[in-house]
Design a protein around this ligand. Structure first.
Ligand code: GLV
Ligand code: MN
Ligand code: MN
Length: 417
């Protein structure tokens, strides 16, 4: 890492306009952003970002799952590169800044360095990861998970969406081809990787701090639970002896909430975000329910204890209510520890830029967690209003974004020198 005193030349108006244009590429009416992987909106968004990268003189490579790599060649191109980037897919009913700030902000950081006349020694690569969000295939960070050797091609090929379309069919229709084995990236390709992202929590805004230097990324796990009970007429079938699958599911939802609270740790969270009820008629006893649960902690062992409590509750509720429960562990990833050298570079860059910063943890999961399997990583957070994210009213002000991009650019310059 070199000591550099580059002054990045930001064009925040251009970046703000690009973020707005990208938000306009959506399956829903503005301001709602819905951009699910491999849909027409996702493909249009990719084309838009590709065009911007080409305008900046970056060379583009796309891998077999659709991860995009836009490269600014360094003066010593044989050296391992410095990576930055994030995702442009968005969950249903999302906002404009999750992921996109790391992609378009990463691009603006590169352009700001170009405008300042900086030449990197190591190449700088902007990575746009495929499907950070689990919306389509039920598993988050698809592209980075495969890059980081965590999801095998065989397991990837088994993924199907809710319409029962397989990954192979969907990626081919989206125009991505080639052996999935080639998606895994060898250690040594990236010397270091740094991801700019909105905090998705309230702390930076509340404390009036410009930037979060992320030291740990929480360990996410997801358990799918299928409950089979017995349906019937809501009027005719009396209460004794019912095997109501939704009533059983209700107990599990509360059991997970209690287990997550019982650790006493602020970092433990448990959520049931999906509850599908069959047949879903007001006058019919639910015979089948599918729950998707999400459990996270920065302490992997503590997270696993909550997962174990949920499993126990499944057994107990199933036995008592005479329903059957089938569970499927979708993922149980370890927590990520960020790289001290990158944290030091970010802190020095924040100081150079006259910006306040604090060390903090990331409670959402991020592509960086999986890039961490092949390279040292860290993340740079900017505030978002009210800590709101995954909602259309998600907002980060141009000033907050400018601070993040400025410090990202200075950090990239340091790491690439
Ligand atoms: C990613 O968006 C997450 O759910 O943390
Ligand atoms: Mn998200
Ligand atoms: Mn994100």
């Amino acid at each position: 890492m070199g000591t550099v005193s580059v002054q990045p030349q930001l064009d925040i108006d251009r970046l703000t306009a690009e973020l707005a244009a990208l938000a306009g590429i959506s399956e829903a009416e503005p301001p709602v952003v819905t951009r699910v992987v491999f849909t027409e909106a996702d493909l249009r968004a990719r084309a838009y970002v590709r065009g911007l990268c080409a305008d900046a003189g970056l060379t583009l490579q796309v891998d077999a799952i659709g991860n995009m790599f836009a490269r600014w060649e360094g003066t010593e191109p044989e050296l391992a590169s410095i990576g930055t980037g994030s995702h442009i897919d968005a969950i249903p009913n999302a906002g404009s800044y999750d992921g996109t700030v790391g992609v378009l902000g990463g691009l603006e950081a590169i352009r700001a360095l170009q405008r300042a006349g900086f030449r990197p020694r190591r190449s700088i690569e902007l990575v746009i990861f495929t499907a950070e969000e689990p919306t389509r295939f039920g598993i988050g960070c698809l592209g980075s998970r495969m890059m980081g050797h965590v999801l095998t091609p065989k397991a990837a090929l088994a993924l199907r969406d809710k319409q029962d379309h397989g990954l192979e069919e969907l990626r081919a229709a989206a125009g991505f081809a080639g052996a999935l084995e080639s998606v895994a990236v060898e250690r040594g390709r990236f010397n270091q990787f740094v991801e700019l992202h909105i905090e998705q929590g309230p702390l930076l805004e509340q404390e009036g701090i410009d930037l979060g230097l992320v030291t740990h990324i929480a360990a996410p796990a997801s358990l799918r639970i299928q409950i089979e009970g017995e349906g019937g007429h809501a009027g005719g079938k009396l209460m004794p002896g019912r095997k109501d699958a939704l009533a059983a599911a209700a107990e599990l939802i509360l059991a997970l909430e209690a287990a997550a609270k019982s650790t006493g740790a602020i970092d433990t969270v448990g959520t049931v975000g999906v509850c599908e009820v069959f047949p879903g008629a007001v006058n019919s006893i639910p015979s089948r329910v599918r729950l998707e649960t999400d459990i996270r902690d920065i302490d992997g062992a503590r997270r696993d204890r909550v997962l174990a409590s949920l499993h126990e509750a499944c057994g107990e509720v199933a036995a008592r209510r005479g329903v059957t429960m089938t569970t499927e562990l979708v993922n149980a990833d370890p927590p990520t520890t960020c790289d001290e050298a990158i944290l030091t570079a970010m802190a020095a860059s924040a100081a150079d830029a006259g910006r306040s910063s604090k060390r903090m943890v990331a409670r959402a999961y991020h592509d960086s967690s999986f890039v961490a399997c092949i390279a040292p990583v860290a993340m740079l957070f900017i505030p978002c209003r009210g800590g709101v994210s995954h909602r259309p009213d998600e907002y980060a002000s141009p000033e907050w974004i400018a601070a993040g991009v400025d410090v990202l650019a200075r950090t990239l310059a340091r790491l690439a020198s």
